[in-house]
Design a protein around this ligand. Structure first.
Ligand code: SAH
Length: 277
């Protein structure tokens, strides 16, 4: 079986340029470094360069060795975001230079966040690349709030839904199919459009009193949340703004949420001994 931690090095091209490196598209999880996978941590600690976006929490960035080059490509207050096409180019350039690149993305690299576009650009350029899964924000939020995302009695499925469309395009979701109170909806990137999302779901038959949680910065020490229902949540978030990133969990399981105990004391990442081999 191929070991994804041992990327195959390609032969150097005949024109004398270096053999391509390898780009790992890595899920950094929702924020808590304890929620990194061992593979993610190893790759972060052994990469020549780490490319990260704004969703990667400071606690995770603290795991990058001081000697490792960092490239920040994400949007942050006061900075212009690097356009996706340019991010793709940066990854290709670093790969062409023969470097091992840890491309850190918040949550899981295959769930929103445009990981597929980066993968396609790298593959088209002949740069070896792969995915390392991460814990997606909905799972991080569920753990913090101690609720199951599915439940034998209350929820037979889970859908990851975007609440945002590219460049101001209308939110043309399949409302009729989403309006199933027995499927939990995890709405990502929905903060700006929650009023419309709730109104449409109710118009398509979802009960206005269906429980909803809005969770901000899940799994970090800055986590905050609001409990409401479909009819009330948009107004609650408007009146009590919470910082990004924020997601919504819609469905009966949201009623099972419990406020967490004080966080369990765990060793700081630097003290973790990660087994190798
Ligand atoms: N790949 C990421 C999602 C990227 S889209 C993942 O798997 O989690 C960005 C959206 O993810 C944000 O708008 C927000 O809805 C959600 N998100 C990411 N991290 C979060 C966190 N720690 N708490 C709450 N929502 C989060």
């Amino acid at each position: 079986m191929k070991d994804s931690r041992q990327p195959t090095r390609r032969a150097a091209p005949a024109d004398g340029s270096p053999a391509p490196g390898h780009v790992h598209l890595i899920g950094a999880g929702p924020g808590d470094p304890d929620l990194l996978t061992l593979r993610a941590l190893r790759l972060i600690q052994s990469a020549d360069v780490v490319v990260h976006d704004r969703l990667v929490a400071d606690e995770i960035l603290a795991c990058i060795p001081a000697r490792t080059r960092r490239v920040a490509v994400g949007k942050a207050a006061g900075f212009h975001p690097v356009p996706q096409e340019r991010i793709n180019e940066i990854l290709v350039e670093l790969g062409r230079a023969g470097l091992t690149v840890a491309r850190l993305k918040g949550g899981d690299p295959t769930i929103f966040g445009r990981g597929g576009e980066e993968f396609a650009a790298l593959t088209a350029a002949g740069i070896p690349c792969d995915y390392t899964p991460g814990i997606t924000a909905a799972q991080g939020a569920a753990a913090v709030l101690r609720l199951p995302l599915t439940h034998r009695r209350w929820s037979t499925g889970l859908r990851y839904v975007t609440g945002h469309r590219a460049r101001g395009a209308p939110l043309d979701l399949d409302w009729a199919s989403l309006a199933d109170p027995r499927t939990t909806l995890a709405v990502y990137m929905g903060a700006a459009n929650m009023a419309e999302i709730a109104t449409r779901l109710i118009a398509h038959g979802m009960p206005a009193d269906l429980p909803v949680l809005a969770v901000s910065q899940a799994s970090t020490p800055r986590e905050r949340h609001l409990r409401g229902d479909l009819g009330s949540i948009a107004g609650m978030v408007r009146d009590n703004p919470m910082p990004a990133p924020m997601l919504f969990l819609i469905g009966h399981v949201a009623a099972l949420a419990e406020d967490a105990d004080p966080p369990v004391s765990v060793p700081a990442p630097a003290e973790l001994r990660v087994p190798h081999g």
